[in-house]
Write a protein that binds this ligand. Structure first.
Ligand SMILES: NC(=O)c1ccc[n+]([C@@H]2O[C@H](COP(=O)([O-])OP(=O)(O)OC[C@H]3O[C@@H](n4cnc5c(N)ncnc54)[C@H](O)[C@@H]3O)[C@@H](O)[C@H]2O)c1
Length: 293
């Protein structure tokens, strides 16, 4: 029998905002396969994440298939707007949500994880944000568009650059997996604030990055997930459930995706089973992307 064994692998997972996030399911799946998990969470959600990791009421959401509980080795703050702490404006540094943390830049966070755990084998990019997500692209301001691109797309380049020295030539190779959406290649009018463009950029960047780090045996792939009612998705549109139903009715499998299915596909991409797979977009969308309606 072939199974996925990630014992001893160090996995840095960004994008857990609560216990509905894709990244939550991915981190649980990675731990269940044996990996050591470090979460990198936006400073604003550190309290929420600590809550879902410890509260009795959330225990069920922490359960792994063998009955043990999801327990990351560390939860670090990381704001993907900043490559190093030198980029952080004074108003942010002194903001009460940030002032308690001495380090929350991409490079500082990644260097700290590598120093403590002796390197990184798996890195998950599961973040997206636009300050004007509810505005159609045609009404999106220049500033919001640029901010969205910085957080949702450029952050992958920044993360891979910072992590490459720590992920280079790991036993069995290393794997980066990010999350994208069909709106990066087709018109999805409600996906506002420039986010469709962000996903298009992310998709081309992942392909280019696969070249730039492939010589270090680091693979870079994306999962294009079908619509799912996470916190970020609900912020896009108050009728998000209708969009999920529409996608389900128009997908070859005629059903919505489950977040565990995104986690399972991530496990595959992080495993030796995908050792020759890089620069790819794997659709985990019940086949929705192939349809013409
Ligand atoms: N939910 C869907 O329908 C869907 C479909 C396809 C792709 N995706 C993608 O999946 C990924 C995860 O989204 P999700 O649906 O799990 O929602 P989510 O809200 O649970 O996750 C988004 C995460 O991005 C983080 N984030 C936002 N700005 C950040 C910043 N500046 N620095 C650090 N973190 C920041 C948030 O804290 C949150 O944890 C995103 O890339 C999203 O575009 C979602």
């Amino acid at each position: 029998m072939t199974s996925i064994d990630l014992s001893g692998k160090v996995a840095l997972v960004s994008g857990v905002g609560d216990n509905l996030s894709f990244a939550w399911y991915i981190a649980k799946g990675l731990q269940a396969a044996g990996a050591k998990i470090v979460l990198a969470c936006h400073p604003r959600v550190m309290g929420i994440v600590e809550g879902v990791l410890t509260r009795d009421v959330d225990r069920e959401s922490r359960l792994l298939p063998d009955g043990s509980e999801f327990k990351p080795l560390k939860v670090l703050p990381c704001d993907a707007s900043y490559d190093t702490m030198d980029d952080v404006p004074e108003a942010v540094r002194t903001n009460r949500r940030y002032a308690q943390f001495p380090e929350y830049s991409i490079k500082g966070t990644i260097d700290a994880v590598a120093a403590e755990f002796g390197g990184i084998d798996i890195m998950i990019h599961s973040m997206a944000f636009s300050p004007e997500i509810t505005k159609p692209l045609i009404d999106t301001s220049r500033k919001a568009y640029h901010d969205a691109m910085g957080i949702s797309s450029y952050s992958l380049i920044s993360m891979v650059r910072a992590a490459a020295p720590h992920m280079a030539n790991r036993p069995g190779g290393a794997s980066v997996v990010g999350l994208t959406y069909v709106a990066g290649e087709r018109v999805v009018p409600h996906y506002g604030g420039g986010m469709g463009t962000c996903k298009a950029a992310l998709q081309m960047d992942a392909k280019q990055l696969s070249w730039f780090v492939g010589d270090k045996d680091i693979r870079v792939n994306l999962i294009s997930a079908g619509p799912y009612a996470s916190r970020a998705a609900r912020a896009i549109n108050k009728d998000f459930d209708k969009l999920i139903t529409h996608a389900a009715e128009h997908s070859p499998l005629r059903r919505p995706i489950e977040p565990e299915e995104v986690a399972n596909a991530t496990l595959y991409l992080c495993s030796p089973l995908a050792s020759a797979v890089t620069g790819q977009i794997l659709y985990v969308d019940c086949g929705y992307n192939v349809m013409g309606t």
